[in-house]
Design a binder for this molecule. Structure first.
Ligand code: ADP
Ligand code: MG
Length: 693
């Protein structure tokens, strides 16, 4: 029981008021983002240990965590090992087999175990059938398991184990009603969702698997609804009326200025974008197209039309290298029309920066190209009409809000080579219109992709040398900058010195990584583009967007370290000119389980040249949140959203949010007030007006 009087507990009571939580522990809780009792109650388990379906000893899977039910056959007592470690050992068994169980430095482990009694042991079973063993298992009695068959496993931190967290949460569970329930009762009824307190109890301490699933759905739904309401409110600020209505432009003069004809897909996408920009509501459009499909040109046409209409445009790129490249390329396209392009990067000298900022403020710069820093740093636009975001899936709700603050709701175009499932799009952006480039510029040949092992490196370098001899350039990508203690990864610096330079003695080899100064990066990139370098050894800073048509070979070291989408992006750096490209993925995996999964993954890369199925595979293989970084948009629960399984919840939450915002007078009714508070809490950094209306 909490030491404080029951009546004075509130959701905001700090965790240190709990029994057994001193200042040290409170500090550790804070590392997990837990400050208050409400935070603690909402620290949901990562998974459960299921004690309800134990294995027999013979059937227990080897080398995997599992629960085994067995009777204590012998309890010979403990002994001290040479070196002073203590060891306790028992023999447990069932009708068929026996199991030797050992504990180290845990003299009390066997104390309560009774000969002839059955227990549940949770741990890893090792050894052959004749000598099965388990070390340091957790033990439960039948009664304990009846009371709590599923044991929650929590995200933990140093000095604060899952079981310690569990003890704290359990003393709080009787007070779960402290948490307000933001969902109105009709909504609970409509979707048959559990009330909040019930769901919180069930998620921490479920009686059945079904109960845990029901609790999870309820909590996720709440989170999704709050998220969708937040997105909706952000979009409806200023009722989505754009500050930049534009006359419908005719793109022909722009198309005619090009040395080549746009593809049909590019024309279609541009028409869709120009229609949007001629509306009173702000465009919110995603341009999706595989690597090399020519998204930049579509953006250029939109930017051209925006400047023609008398507004400024901004283009945000994920890296400085890409920003510099875009500034140069777009300047080539736009300068003939008298349009002025400014590049704004973090590495600029203060004086140059001041001049550029002044030009942006006074409308002398028509297009500003830079990294996302454009949004946050003191950049003021005179008349921003369109923001284009390149290769950035993380550009979400929050940034949308920042953008709306920069200017009166400019049009937004997000470009991505990674297909975003509709559900994920809803999560990140709310509703988003999509244009698709489903056609590559003519004459493209797929990049030949081969996976090879490190042993073939000399042959590989022979091939690189021949390619360079034929006047081509090559990239070599390594996963790390510095050597790692385990030496398992190729670090770009030592690789550059010891391998690349040694194996290509007569060639000009350059080095590129994220820790170089912006100026150094720009110089290396310029040298490579101008053909003053034959090979570029680089980290993944060149992963997205870099466009050097004369580069024809991409070598990727430690290919097993990269996701499929990243590998596909990397190989998209070559084969961009008239000569077809080659991508060689080196692997160093030795034959354990994880490695063969890596091999499978890499084989799909050899077989498929289309980025869509690859990215989908990637989404399945890895946690969506890791890849697309949408976790930052929500709270803890979003981590548990499964884009496939929870599709219905995501759709419902979206529709409900739209309806609530439209008909429930901005959540002002008594029934929806708790919901409004929840939204205000979650988005307090964006909606400055406290629990505002
Ligand atoms: P991505 O969609 O990956 O961003 P880019 O915009 O970088 O692709 O374009 C890839 C290459 O294709 C660039 O060199 C670009 O100049 C060229 N390109 C784009 N559109 C066309 C076209 N319609 N015809 C010929 N080449 C094109
Ligand atoms: Mg691009």
């Amino acid at each position: 029981m909490p030491t404080e009087n029951r009546t004075t507990l509130t959701p905001d009571t700090p965790v240190r008021y709990l029994k057994g939580v001193g200042p040290k522990t409170a500090e550790r809780f804070e590392k997990l983002g837990i400050v208050t009792l409400a935070d603690l109650l909402c620290h949901y388990p990562r998974r459960y240990i299921d004690f309800s379906k134990p294995y027999s000893i013979a059937e227990a899977p080897a080398d995997t965590e599992c629960v085994v039910k067995a009777e204590v056959f012998a309890k010979p007592g403990g002994r001290i090992l040479p070196g002073g470690r203590r060891m306790e050992r028992i023999t447990a068994g069932d009708d068929v087999a026996s199991l030797e169980i050992t504990w180290f430095n845990n003299p009390y482990a066997t104390q309560k175990l009774q000969l002839g009694q059955e227990y549940y042991f949770q741990g890893i079973v090792t050894g052959g059938m004749l000598r099965r063993q388990m070390v340091n298992p957790q033990v439960r009695t039948a009664e304990q398991i009846q009371a709590a068959p599923f044991e929650a496993v929590y995200p933990q931190t140093e000095g604060l184990s899952s079981s310690a967290i569990s003890r704290c949460i359990r003393q709080l569970l009787p007070h779960a009603e402290l948490l307000p329930d933001p969902l109105p009762p009709e909504m609970l009824q409509k979707y048959r969702l559990l009330p909040k307190a019930e769901a919180v109890r069930a998620i921490h301490c479920p009686a059945t698997e079904e109960q845990a699933a029901a609790a999870r759905r309820r909590l996720i739904y709440e989170e999704l609804l709050v998220l969708q309401l937040g997105i909706g409110r952000m979009r409806s600020r200023g009722a989505a009326v754009t500050g930049a209505p534009m006359r419908r432009a005719d793109p022909s003069p722009f198309w005619q200025s090009l040395p080549f004809a746009p593809t049909g897909a590019q024309r279609r996408a541009v028409e869709e974008i120009l229609n949007d920009m001629a509306c009173d509501t702000a465009m919110n459009r995603l341009l999706q197209g595989d690597v090399g499909s020519g998204k930049t040109l579509v953006a250029a046409a939109a930017i051209w039309a925006c400047i023609r209409a008398g507004y400024q445009a901004a283009l945000l790129a994920p890296t400085e290298i890409l920003a510099a490249q875009h500034a140069e390329g777009l300047n080539r396209l736009l300068a003939p029309f008298g349009m002025r392009v400014a590049l704004l990067t973090g590495g600029m000298k203060a004086a140059a920066r001041r001049t550029t900022l002044a030009a942006i403020r006074s409308d002398e710069a028509d297009l500003v190209v830079g990294t996302h820093a454009i949004l946050s740093e003191g950049v003021e636009f005179a008349r921003l009409g369109l923001a284009v975001v390149d290769e950035q899936h993380r550009f979400g709700v929050r940034q949308r809000g920042m953008l709306a603050e920069k200017a009166a709701n400019p049009h937004l175009l997000v470009m991505s080579a990674t297909p975003i499932p509709r559900t994920l799009g809803l999560l990140i952006y709310g509703d988003l219109d999509i244009s698709i480039l489903d056609e590559l510029p003519p004459g493209r040949k797929p990049v030949k992709t081969r996976c090879i092992t490190g042993k073939k490196r000399r042959d590989l370098y022979g091939f690189l040398d021949r390619e360079i001899g034929a006047g081509r350039q090559v990239y070599i990508v390594c996963p790390a900058i510095e050597d790692t203690p385990d030496g398992g990864l190729n670090a770009v610096k030592s690789y550059y010195e010891d391998i690349a330079k040694a194996l290509l003695p007569d060639r000009r080899v350059g080095l590129m990584h994220g820790k170089l100064k912006p100026k150094e990066k720009a110089a290396v990139m310029d040298d490579f583009k101008a053909g003053r370098l034959d090979a570029l050894v680089s980290t993944t800073v060149i992963e997205v967007g870099v466009d050097v048509p004369n580069a024809t070979v991409m070598v990727i070291e430690n290919g097993e370290r990269f996701g499929l989408a990243a590998l596909h992006q990397l190989r998209g750096r070559v084969g961009r000119g008239s000569v077809s490209g080659t991508c060689l993925v080196m692997t160093h995996s030795k034959g354990n389980g994880g490695a063969s999964a890596a091999q499978d993954r890499l084989q799909s890369l050899e077989k498929t040249s289309d980025g869509f199925p690859l990215a989908q595979m990637d989404l399945r293989l890895r946690h969506e949140g890791e890849i697309l970084g949408y976790r930052q948009h929500g709270g803890v629960t979003l981590r548990f959203v499964d884009l496939d399984a929870d599709e219905d919840l995501i759709e419902w939450a979206h529709l409900d949010a739209v309806e609530l915002l439209r008909y429930a007078c901005n959540l002002d009714s008594v029934a929806t007030r708790p919901l409004r508070e929840a939204v205000a809490m979650r988005y307090r950094h964006i909606f400055k007006e406290v629990s505002g209306g």
